[in-house]
Design a protein around this ligand. Structure first.
Ligand SMILES: Cc1ncc(COP(=O)(O)O)c(C=O)c1O
Length: 473
């Protein structure tokens, strides 16, 4: 295919309700799916297209970024922007449920009195107020720093290393830890340091769609890595990957726990292919009925980068996470970060350090483990043994026949219960169908009512009521 430069002809409507960026990305997507823009063709520079369309360059760069993230476009080092030669589906097939259910924000859902069972958020209403105030008073007492270390506050790195040694079975010290603003920030830094135009990164399918967006925004071509009910399928990893993002402790969203032999095979694959495995340990603190497996990182620290976060164990609002890696790689990440002028707020780190130092975080975790275990048990009792992926974290999967998913999601929303389904976590056509139910933010009384609504709605669309016998997990 000759790589000719195309001059797409689009008409953007300034008075239309859609922002110009959305109009442009829609028009480009349509041209690519309709074949007007063929795989391998080169698009004009953002400056050129902006001039041609009479819009600001930001409109074009944002539209391009969105299409990079969706896998439609790829960058070639120094030579421009091209339409991807797809060997995977280039874009999420519009989730059927999305078409009928508006995407309420959590705040809107609360105001409308809805019970929000969409996964991803923890319970934040029972923190220890005295400990919280003490932590922030301590942060306020520190003088501002004029040259923050991109790796983070030494004291916090030391405390986090101790916390991870105890909770995740890894043998590390502060030299292995960089303090980030969360998993997303950590993954972005890994992408900035290890990826770029012409590289390939793998993300689980179904999987964490933000990981796909973040790695694509760093220029990598993102390929899907299929999973089954245990986690990532090591025999089906695509070739040429520099980085693979995976969730071995609790596969997002299906909930599998990657068995030891597969962990070994994943690492053998990484060694043979010169790839790095990014272990997203987002909800490993919460584990039920089965013993936790130590982090993958411990099996081969030279091949794994461990990403953690306080987003589930405390709150995404705090904005603290960590990268664990071997010191030379950590140093490289620190240099990349310094070059990006990216950092974690020092006062936030100081407050977090005090929460760890005084045992407040451990106490909070112990309380929340009990609370989440209670809610999980309630879901199992009320929705029956059809739930899967329930041995960790704050969400479960309720498999449904494909045809029932969209009507169940829509009708549950009409009756005040917001749920997600697997299509939202799939890049291509979903291969597993069902509801993804988060129990982090719903009060137990609301959870009980929501389960009753779900049982009724599911029974109407599948002909099955709840089965109260509990099978395997
Ligand atoms: C798979 C996965 N990773 C990470 C996170 C948390 O990301 P962050 O630390 O950026 O808030 C989530 C939150 O829902 C998640 O589902």
């Amino acid at each position: 295919m000759p790589r000719r430069l195309v001059e797409p002809a689009f008409h953007l409507e300034r008075s239309a309700p859609e922002p110009l960026t959305v109009q442009l990305s829609d028009a480009l997507r349509e041209a690519m799916s309709g074949g007007t823009l063929a795989p391998g063709e080169r698009l004009p520079s953002s400056r050129g297209l902006a001039a041609q369309l009479g819009v600001s360059r930001t409109v074009v760069t944002e539209a391009y970024q969105q299409l990079y993230a969706e896998g439609w476009l790829e960058g070639r080092h120094g030579s421009g922007t091209f339409v991807t030669e797809h060997d995977v589906l280039p874009v999420a097939v519009s989730p059927p449920a999305e078409a009928v259910t508006p995407r309420w924000s959590r705040e809107q859902a609360r105001r409308l009195g809805m019970t929000d069972l969409r996964p991803g958020a923890p319970w934040v209403r029972d923190h220890d107020r005295a400990a919280w105030r003490r932590a922030w008073r301590h942060a306020a007492e520190q003088a501002p720093d004029d040259d923050p270390d991109p790796r983070g506050l030494p004291r916090l790195r030391e405390l986090l290393a101790g916390h991870l040694r105890r909770t995740r079975g890894v043998r590390i010290g502060p030299e292995n830890v960089m303090v980030t603003r969360g998993t997303g920030n950590g993954l972005d830094l890994v992408g900035a340091a290890l990826l770029g135009a012409g590289t390939r990164a793998g993300v689980e399918e179904p999987g964490y769609q933000k990981a796909r967006t973040i790695l694509a925004a760093r220029g990598a071509r993102v390929l899907s890595c299929p999973v089954d009910h245990d986690g990532i399928l090591t025999e089906e990893l695509p070739g040429g990957l520099s980085v693979v993002h995976t969730t071995p402790a609790h596969q997002y969203p299906l909930g599998g726990r990657l068995p030891i032999p597969r962990r070994e095979r994943l690492l053998a694959w990484a060694r043979a292919n010169g790839a790095m495995v990014v272990e997203d340990d987002y909800d490993a603190e919460f584990r039920y009925d089965v013993a936790p497996l130590p982090a993958l990182y411990g099996l081969d620290p030279g091949r794994v980068i461990l990403l953690g976060t306080l987003s589930k164990s405390l709150s995404p609002d705090v904005g603290i996470g960590w990268i664990v890696a071997e010191p030379p790689l950590l140093e490289r990440l620190a240099q990349t970060r310094h070059g990006l002028s990216d950092r974690t707020s020092v006062p936030v780190q100081a407050a977090t350090a005090l929460l760890l130092e005084r045992g407040d975080l451990d106490r909070h975790l112990r309380r929340m483990r009990l609370e989440y275990a209670r809610r999980r048990r309630m879901l199992i009792d009320l929705l029956g043994p059809r739930l899967t992926g329930d041995t960790a974290g704050l969400h479960v999967l309720l498999p449904l026949p494909a045809r029932a998913v969209a009507p169940v999601v829509a009708e549950a929303a009409e009756r005040g219960v917001l749920v997600d389904d697997t299509s939202r976590n799939s890049h291509g056509v979903p291969t597993v169908h069902g509801l993804v139910l988060g129990y982090g933010t719903a009060h137990p009384a609301d959870l009980r009512r929501a389960c009753a609504v779900l049982n009724e709605v599911i029974a109407r669309h599948t002909g099955n009521g709840p089965d109260r016998r509990r099978g395997g997990g």
